[in-house]
Design a protein around this ligand. Sequence first.
Ligand SMILES: *Cc1c(COP(=O)(O)O)cnc(C)c1O
Length: 432
Amino acid sequence: MQFYSLNRQSPAVSFKEATILGQAPDKGLYFPETIPAVDADLLHNIENISNEEIAYRVIHPYTGNEIPEAVLEQIVSETVNFPLPLVPVTDTISSLELFHGPTLAFKDVGARFMSRCLGYFSKDRSEKITVLVATSGDTGGAVASGFYDVEGVEVVILYPSGKVSSVQEKQLTTQGKNIRALEVEGSFDDCQQMVKQAFTDEELRKKLFLTSANSINVARWLPQQFYYFLAYKQWKEKNNPPVISVPSGNFGNICAGILAHISGLPVTHFIAACNANAVVPHFMQTQEYVPQKAVATISNAMDVGNPSNFVRILEMFHHEFPALKEKFSSVSITDEETKQTMKRVKEQHNYLPDPHGAVGFLALERHLQNHPGEKGIFLETAHPVKFYDVVEPVIGETIPLPDSVRSIMDKEKKATQIEATYESLKTFLQQR
Ligand SMILES: *Cc1c(COP(=O)(O)O)cnc(C)c1O
């Protein structure tokens, strides 16, 4: 499969090149030249097909002959090797729990797939690849875990000091080996700015082969389709396809769901559930796309003021607004509503969503109130314990730590503190 740049000023490239480059030289996002249709048998028989095989059949058209069959089988089986259960919460609403992976957030799926692809592609390269990534919290841990000990790949993660949760910090600073954490005396925006500057520094790039592992990389985006198919496998009422509500920040996750739908997955409607960062809800009302500076909320992984992946959604609908509007809506939920939802769902349904999942739940519940007879799924994108500092005061209880978290909380944090200047990042990268 070839991938073209949505800015259309760079040549089309293979899956391998798109994975290694991350972003096109013209700064556009890569997009597949055709969207493959899944075969009818996959959907008809889905209950009888293993998760590994579903994943393989969904991704194979994109990787083509660039990854040998046996290697791709291995990669997908390591990508979906944890439970992805669909759990009923009310009569009409189910939770797709995406937090059973090593770092308790859905980003594990994309990070595990991408790291293994990059590891495979770097085998025949003499030069090491350096993955440089800025995180506001969840990406760092997922990337650290996914790339741990992958040969030929060094990872440098920048995170804002004091602005990630304690679980998130441990997840990205305790791995060691090929994973380095930089604790930046600044904000997430500073971290992202420093990373961006590194990518445009020709002098540095002559010495280091740099790539990014953020959600615009096709090898992180495309495998996120897997769990939409796995949700459908567990969906009982096949004649009544679900409404799917996705807590959205950079819009990579929902964009993968829409791609799965265009490939044939039955879905009635998609809801992009946002927090106060409401650029897309505003666009859906006015057809004007106005990027904003991100504001801080309690669902911090969705604090994005200019969602990168939204252009991919527009591309999938051929930039036709009426078609988009029919399949897709987007709403903004306040922090106060998020807290009330966590508390209410816990009390009424004995189910505790994390702050991101709660945004998805409420958006879905409101939609279903206006569409009687429909049923739906919200994506529970992280385990509530990752945000215990926010969740515990709301429910007035402590959340027990899962074993995987308890073991890392005892590990020693290893991070290099640097100032929020590009010079300090460059010095660090050149000294290694
Ligand atoms: C990253 C993240 C999101 C937002 O996902 P996008 O693909 O950026 O829209 C939502 N919830 C959690 C817990 C996340 O970590």
